[in-house]
Design a protein around this ligand. Sequence first.
Ligand SMILES: Cc1ncc(COP(=O)(O)O)c(C=O)c1O
Length: 388
Amino acid sequence: MKTKQLDSQYIAHTYARFPVEIVEGKGSLLKDDTGKEYIDLGSGIAVNIFGMQDETWKAAVEAQLDKFQHTSNLYFTAPCAELAQLLCEKTGMKKVFFSNSGAEANECAIKAARKYGETRHGKDCYTIITLVNSFHGRTITTLAATGQDHYHEDFQPLTPGFVYAEANNLESVRKLVAENKVCAVMFEAIQGEGGVIALDKSFLQGLAQIAREQDILLIADEVQCGNGRSGKLYAYMAAGIEPDIVTTAKGLGGGLPLGATLFGAKTENVYTPGLHGSTFGGNPVCCAGAISILSRLDDALLASVREKSDYVFRALLDAPGVESVTGMGLMIGVKPKNRTAAEVAAACREAGVLVLTAKDKVRLLPALNIPAEQLQKAVAVLIAACGT
Ligand SMILES: Cc1ncc(COP(=O)(O)O)c(C=O)c1O
């Protein structure tokens, strides 16, 4: 009770928390302050991709803590440089800027796109196309990038220079390109907060073609859908496209705050000294942990994500209380037939399974290494919670 009282008294009321205090966790099993156990299908909103207290990640973090915890970006540090190398080798991107969160990774991408537009096409080339129903963060600029009006209402005026195209509608993109001086188009290959919706492959390919033809940068926001969650290392890879900028965070740090903005051949030299920076970005402890995460996201792990995904999709599509199942890999949205997502989440919690919601969907973002039997048990609880 003490924590809940302190939280209510001293923490700004921005979160409608679930009524659970987590005190312990191992893998995908969590325990609350009453000793009740849960199977976790949320992994801290796609962060703990190898679950709680993952031994390999812990060893990497502890080994770095035994050396030094922070230097600032005034000095060279090995974990930061080695993680950047790994990210580039695995993606074909050329350079990386590290920050601390998804919103910061996107801010960095947006600034780079403006700089690119200005340099290539003049001062008025700063408009960025994002998609209706997208989510890109909570800062004033990433809120402006977010294509959902209700996030905008209380914070006017937002950063200017964002226009919103309809997802899966290339005509809507072409129209905005014709009407504005556009420097970039930014998308989530799987919209997360918007309701776990995978964009059509053909739309992503068309977007890439428009971007290439018009010298517009293609920015993939892989904050939520990246780092193996989709069954590909990054979700855009399923469409065979090559973005000019990729942003990621969440799962990359495996539980410590880390954001990354990756630059391709067109954008690798946009930033020059003094144009961007971060005190904590590329923190050696976070980066050491991230190397231990990223280096395990290999073909075998990705194949196991796809296998688990197939199982969950099959089981849920057969369930009488489920209207639809969307998403990709282990990023899954479940629309219940006769109950709200919040009702289903509460029933799951009661029965010892933690799920998330997104719009009218129950959202599943389990750890990528969740054991099959825990996943099966949790899916059975979810099916029961969806009713008939
Ligand atoms: C696609 C996407 N972009 C950006 C963000 C913002 O990330 P953060 O909360 O780490 O700032 C999120 C967070 O949910 C996200 O899902």
